[in-house]
Design a binder for this molecule. Structure first.
Ligand code: ACO
Length: 326
């Protein structure tokens, strides 16, 4: 079932962290980072900013774009792996900050970079069963959880947020279909494994620094990301009876320019129809797709009639793809 979308929003913190600055912090180089990832700079939240602040900025832009107030919302879903606090969820903080009514608000956490598109699918289902206006947010403040001494991981990420308002009467775009999947057989190759019941955060663990160490087998993640994202787009296009030639914009998860290029090659879509902003923001986790989407919409890149395909991949592994008609 398709559903309307009424507004888009995005936010990145002001502070720009360049590759040149990272060269001062550990043994890396602008050349290595650009060649392997395409990232030139990323945004880092200010000390006084938290996940909630980023989410609220993006939400307010989406609400304004939709022409509605927070009190018009019937539900709020926040996709994040870097929540405001461990419990309660970031959505509870956001409901209060926005001044929304006491509507259901909940997080979709732990899906890594795939979280936002999965949340969009949940919103689509919820708003189809019962007409509702649902704010869907993808937000990540990853910089604060990293150790900043692991060059293999720390150069990849940045902070940001993106949001959309799903609304059965929304006329800016129609969310046509979503596909999603999970393969939990490789949970150990992309994980932040401290803080749950398996390995609680204790003084002993703190001394190892593991609570700030994202375990990542780069090659395996790379291969799975390319394979799963391409397959998800193929499946999605098959379901909606379209081909890659019908796609005006492919907006992939912005993990790495080489992953994006490999997905584009597999799908045989010209690179000028693949949206890329990883050079400016790095990998912003579950914020990456909605942030790129909002930027493409507000920047006038997406125009009426365009078929836009979103595709994401993240820890889990989870993957998801969504088709929107503008
Ligand atoms: N600066 C300089 N050298 C580095 C850096 C760095 N920042 N990081 C690693 N190196 C070194 C390594 O130590 C290694 O040195 P060695 O050959 O002496 O051992 C060398 O560079 C090559 O390392 P590789 O891991 O082989 O480099 P690769 O070409 O695979 O690129 C990368 C690494 C960028 C992490 C890549 O594997 C990748 O992008 N994988 C996907 C990971 C990802 O996107 N994760 C994000 C979360 S999941 C998601 O969003 C999809």
């Amino acid at each position: 079932m398709s559903i309307g979308i009424a507004g888009f929003g995005g936010y990145v913190p002001e502070r720009v962290l360049t590759n040149a600055e990272l060269e001062e912090m550990f043994d890396t180089s602008d050349e290595w980072i650009v060649q392997r990832t395409g990232i030139r700079e990323r945004r880092i939240a200010a000390e006084e900013e938290s996940t909630l602040d980023l989410a609220a900025h993006a939400s307010l832009q989406a609400l304004q774009h939709a022409g509605i107030g927070a009190d018009d919302l019937d539900e709020i879903i926040v996709a994040t792996d870097t929540p405001e606090v461990y419990t309660p969820d970031t959505a509870a903080f956001l409901q209060h900050r926005l001044g929304a009514r006491t509507v259901p608000a909940y997080d979709l956490g732990g899906s890594g970079c795939s979280g936002f598109v999965q949340a969009l699918d949940v919103a689509r289902a919820r708003a189809t069963v019962e007409p509702k206006r649902i704010l869907v947010v993808g937000v990540e403040l990853i910089s604060r959880l990293l150790s900043w001494d692991d060059r293999a991981v720390d150069v990849l990420f940045g902070d940001g947020a993106g949001a959309v308002v799903v609304d059965p009467e929304g006329s800016r775009a129609t969310l046509i279909d979503v596909v999603a999947g999970t393969d939990g057989s490789q949970t150990d190759i992309l994980t932040l494994g401290v803080g749950g019941t398996r390995r609680p955060f204790t003084l002993e663990v703190a001394q190892t620094g593991d609570h700030q160490r994202l375990v990542m087998e780069g090659h395996e993640v790379f291969k799975s990301a390319v394979r799963r994202m391409s397959a998800a787009v193929d499946e999605l296009l098959g379901r909606i009876g379209c081909t890659i030639d019908d796609v005006a914009w492919l907006i992939p998860h912005q993990a790495n320019a080489r992953i994006i290029a490999a997905v584009g090659n597999r799908l045989k879509i010209p690179e000028e129809r693949v949206y890329v902003n990883v050079d400016r923001y790095g990998n912003t986790g579950s914020a990456s797709v909605p942030l790129a989407l909002s930027e493409a919409v507000h920047g006038g890149e997406v125009t009426e009639g365009d078929l836009v395909v979103l595709v994401a991949f993240g820890a889990g592994f989870h993957w998801s793809a969504a088709a929107l008609r503008f």
